[in-house]
Ligand binder design. Structure first.
Ligand SMILES: [Cu+2]
Length: 174
Protein backbone atom coordinates (compact mmCIF):
# COMPACT_ATOMS: atom_id res chain seq x y z
CA UNK A 1 0.00 0.00 0.00
CA UNK A 2 2.66 2.49 1.06
CA UNK A 3 4.78 1.75 -2.03
CA UNK A 4 1.74 2.22 -4.32
CA UNK A 5 0.97 5.59 -2.75
CA UNK A 6 4.63 6.52 -3.04
CA UNK A 7 4.69 5.59 -6.73
CA UNK A 8 1.48 7.54 -7.45
CA UNK A 9 2.87 10.56 -5.60
CA UNK A 10 6.07 10.43 -7.68
CA UNK A 11 4.13 10.18 -10.96
CA UNK A 12 1.84 13.10 -10.03
CA UNK A 13 4.84 15.19 -8.95
CA UNK A 14 6.56 14.42 -12.28
CA UNK A 15 3.39 15.44 -14.16
CA UNK A 16 3.13 18.72 -12.28
CA UNK A 17 6.81 19.41 -12.91
CA UNK A 18 6.31 18.64 -16.63
CA UNK A 19 3.35 21.04 -16.86
CA UNK A 20 5.36 23.70 -15.02
CA UNK A 21 8.31 23.31 -17.41
CA UNK A 22 6.02 23.33 -20.46
CA UNK A 23 4.41 26.59 -19.36
CA UNK A 24 7.77 28.12 -18.50
CA UNK A 25 9.32 27.27 -21.88
CA UNK A 26 6.30 28.39 -23.91
CA UNK A 27 5.79 31.62 -21.99
CA UNK A 28 9.11 32.94 -23.29
CA UNK A 29 8.41 32.00 -26.91
CA UNK A 30 4.99 33.54 -27.48
CA UNK A 31 4.07 37.15 -27.08
CA UNK A 32 0.48 36.59 -28.13
CA UNK A 33 -2.25 39.17 -28.30
CA UNK A 34 -4.67 38.34 -25.50
CA UNK A 35 -6.94 41.33 -25.93
CA UNK A 36 -9.78 39.36 -27.56
CA UNK A 37 -9.69 36.71 -24.80
CA UNK A 38 -9.54 39.39 -22.12
CA UNK A 39 -12.43 41.29 -23.68
CA UNK A 40 -14.58 38.16 -23.91
CA UNK A 41 -14.03 37.16 -20.28
CA UNK A 42 -14.47 40.68 -18.96
CA UNK A 43 -17.84 40.64 -20.74
CA UNK A 44 -18.75 37.32 -19.10
CA UNK A 45 -17.61 38.65 -15.73
CA UNK A 46 -19.82 41.71 -16.13
CA UNK A 47 -22.86 39.59 -17.02
CA UNK A 48 -22.14 37.21 -14.13
CA UNK A 49 -22.00 40.18 -11.75
CA UNK A 50 -25.42 41.43 -12.86
CA UNK A 51 -26.83 37.91 -12.72
CA UNK A 52 -25.65 37.51 -9.10
CA UNK A 53 -26.89 41.00 -8.21
CA UNK A 54 -30.37 40.28 -9.62
CA UNK A 55 -30.45 36.86 -7.95
CA UNK A 56 -29.44 38.46 -4.62
CA UNK A 57 -32.18 41.09 -4.83
CA UNK A 58 -34.83 38.47 -5.71
CA UNK A 59 -33.77 36.08 -2.92
CA UNK A 60 -33.63 38.95 -0.40
CA UNK A 61 -37.12 40.09 -1.38
CA UNK A 62 -38.62 36.56 -1.33
CA UNK A 63 -37.06 35.69 2.02
CA UNK A 64 -37.88 39.01 3.73
CA UNK A 65 -41.42 39.66 2.45
CA UNK A 66 -43.08 36.90 4.56
CA UNK A 67 -41.12 38.09 7.61
CA UNK A 68 -43.59 39.28 10.24
CA UNK A 69 -42.98 42.97 10.76
CA UNK A 70 -46.37 44.38 11.77
CA UNK A 71 -47.28 47.86 10.64
CA UNK A 72 -46.19 50.16 13.47
CA UNK A 73 -47.98 53.25 12.18
CA UNK A 74 -51.57 52.43 11.39
CA UNK A 75 -53.00 55.77 12.43
CA UNK A 76 -54.80 54.63 15.56
CA UNK A 77 -55.57 57.07 18.32
CA UNK A 78 -53.59 56.73 21.54
CA UNK A 79 -56.67 55.62 23.53
CA UNK A 80 -57.52 52.85 21.03
CA UNK A 81 -54.53 50.79 22.04
CA UNK A 82 -54.53 48.10 24.68
CA UNK A 83 -51.23 48.26 26.54
CA UNK A 84 -49.45 45.14 27.77
CA UNK A 85 -46.32 45.52 29.90
CA UNK A 86 -43.87 42.71 29.30
CA UNK A 87 -40.92 41.96 31.56
CA UNK A 88 -38.48 39.18 30.91
CA UNK A 89 -36.13 37.35 33.25
CA UNK A 90 -34.03 34.21 33.23
CA UNK A 91 -36.21 32.28 32.51
CA UNK A 92 -39.76 33.55 32.60
CA UNK A 93 -42.06 36.29 31.37
CA UNK A 94 -44.38 38.59 33.26
CA UNK A 95 -47.20 40.16 31.26
CA UNK A 96 -49.67 42.67 32.64
CA UNK A 97 -52.40 42.06 31.63
CA UNK A 98 -52.16 38.65 29.99
CA UNK A 99 -55.56 38.86 28.33
CA UNK A 100 -56.39 41.20 25.44
CA UNK A 101 -59.21 41.73 22.97
CA UNK A 102 -59.17 40.65 19.34
CA UNK A 103 -59.50 43.26 16.63
CA UNK A 104 -58.07 46.06 18.75
CA UNK A 105 -54.39 46.98 18.46
CA UNK A 106 -52.13 45.92 21.31
CA UNK A 107 -49.03 47.85 22.28
CA UNK A 108 -46.49 45.59 23.93
CA UNK A 109 -43.96 47.50 26.01
CA UNK A 110 -41.13 45.03 26.29
CA UNK A 111 -38.11 45.15 28.56
CA UNK A 112 -35.79 42.82 30.46
CA UNK A 113 -34.74 42.56 34.08
CA UNK A 114 -31.44 40.82 33.38
CA UNK A 115 -30.01 39.83 29.98
CA UNK A 116 -31.20 40.21 26.38
CA UNK A 117 -34.21 38.12 25.47
CA UNK A 118 -36.34 37.91 22.35
CA UNK A 119 -40.07 38.50 22.68
CA UNK A 120 -41.82 36.40 20.04
CA UNK A 121 -45.60 36.04 19.63
CA UNK A 122 -46.76 32.78 18.06
CA UNK A 123 -50.18 31.49 17.06
CA UNK A 124 -51.52 27.99 17.89
CA UNK A 125 -49.62 26.50 14.94
CA UNK A 126 -46.43 28.08 16.27
CA UNK A 127 -46.22 30.51 13.39
CA UNK A 128 -44.41 33.71 14.30
CA UNK A 129 -46.71 36.78 14.27
CA UNK A 130 -44.38 39.44 15.61
CA UNK A 131 -41.23 39.93 17.59
CA UNK A 132 -39.04 42.48 19.28
CA UNK A 133 -35.95 42.47 21.45
CA UNK A 134 -36.30 42.49 25.24
CA UNK A 135 -33.33 44.49 26.47
CA UNK A 136 -32.30 45.57 29.97
CA UNK A 137 -32.56 49.33 30.36
CA UNK A 138 -34.71 49.81 27.24
CA UNK A 139 -38.40 49.51 26.55
CA UNK A 140 -39.17 48.37 23.04
CA UNK A 141 -42.60 48.89 21.58
CA UNK A 142 -44.35 46.31 19.43
CA UNK A 143 -47.81 46.90 18.04
CA UNK A 144 -49.86 43.92 16.97
CA UNK A 145 -53.55 43.40 16.28
CA UNK A 146 -54.89 39.90 16.87
CA UNK A 147 -57.44 38.95 14.20
CA UNK A 148 -59.06 36.11 16.11
CA UNK A 149 -59.47 34.96 19.71
CA UNK A 150 -57.39 32.10 21.04
CA UNK A 151 -54.37 31.10 23.06
CA UNK A 152 -51.17 32.63 21.77
CA UNK A 153 -47.70 31.60 22.83
CA UNK A 154 -44.84 33.84 23.86
CA UNK A 155 -41.44 32.28 23.27
CA UNK A 156 -37.95 33.59 23.82
CA UNK A 157 -36.19 34.18 20.51
CA UNK A 158 -32.74 34.84 21.83
CA UNK A 159 -30.56 32.30 23.56
CA UNK A 160 -30.33 33.51 27.17
CA UNK A 161 -28.96 30.59 29.15
CA UNK A 162 -29.56 26.96 30.05
CA UNK A 163 -33.35 27.18 30.45
CA UNK A 164 -33.92 29.42 27.41
CA UNK A 165 -36.10 26.73 25.77
CA UNK A 166 -38.44 26.73 28.79
CA UNK A 167 -39.10 30.46 28.61
CA UNK A 168 -42.69 30.16 27.43
CA UNK A 169 -45.89 31.84 28.49
CA UNK A 170 -49.38 32.25 27.13
CA UNK A 171 -51.45 35.23 26.03
CA UNK A 172 -55.21 34.92 25.88
CA UNK A 173 -57.06 36.82 23.18
CA UNK A 174 -60.80 37.12 23.76
CU1 LIG B 1 -34.66 34.41 26.99
Amino acid sequence: MVSTVYAITLVVMALIAAVFCFVLVNSKKVEADYSTVTKKWYGIRGKWFFFLLTLGVIITYLSLSPFPIPDQKKGYQENEYQVVKVDSYQWYWTMTPNTVEAGKPVTFLVTSGDVNHGFGIYDENLELLGQTQAMPGYTNKLIHTFDKPGKYKILCLEYCGVAHHAMITELTVK
